[in-house]
Design a binder for this molecule. Sequence first.
Ligand SMILES: CC(C)(COP(=O)(O)OP(=O)(O)OC[C@H]1O[C@@H](n2cnc3c(N)ncnc32)[C@H](O)[C@@H]1OP(=O)(O)O)[C@@H](O)C(=O)NCCC(=O)NCCS
Length: 180
Amino acid sequence: MADTLTTARLLLRRWREADRLPFQRLNADPRVMEFLPGLLAPEASDAMVVRMEQHFERHGVGLFAAELLADRSFLGFIGLSTPAFDAPFMPAVEIGWRLAAEFWNRGLATEGAQAVLRYAFETLELPRVVSFTVPHNLRSRRVMEKLGMTHDPADDFDHPRFAPGHPLCRHVLYRLNRSC
Ligand SMILES: CC(C)(COP(=O)(O)OP(=O)(O)OC[C@H]1O[C@@H](n2cnc3c(N)ncnc32)[C@H](O)[C@@H]1OP(=O)(O)O)[C@@H](O)C(=O)NCCC(=O)NCCS
């Protein structure tokens, strides 16, 4: 299991105590949480850190804390997770990301995710990685597209976490298969 991945600008690593405060701030930012179920209180943000660390222990993969190599700024997370809900495309390994808004639009999510995909396909030899979001989350969809992931509308699904008709219920699914 890799505990770190590095790219030209990023260190992806396991979580530290010092990440909790900047992660709380990011999870309380309406820009970051626009397409997610709601702002997180500090306790809920800390609980998510604990769950992400437990995920590494249980599954050998997880959502890495992302920091900028240049000045060690904490950015958010980029990594892999194994969703625990039922859907037609399950079981699956998902790639996901959430960065503080001041770091958006510099290609950082894509750069980190490219390293995660390389690790997923070349080291873990996963056959496929998926990603999903609500249709209006164009930033996240753009990252998926830049990674070479493809979207088939026939795969769109209702996320069981939300009641039918809830604005966050409908999701688009993107897939990427290992090339060889
Ligand atoms: C999604 C997210 C991680 C992207 O991070 P990022 O580092 O800005 O991503 P990148 O810079 O690699 O790519 C962003 C792309 O979205 C594009 N983009 C930005 N705003 C956009 C908008 N309103 N509509 C369409 N595209 C947009 C950018 O132009 C860029 O594409 P380009 O390189 O072709 O110009 C970041 O926006 C985020 O954390 N969002 C909130 C959390 C979230 O929604 N996570 C995903 C849940 S599924």
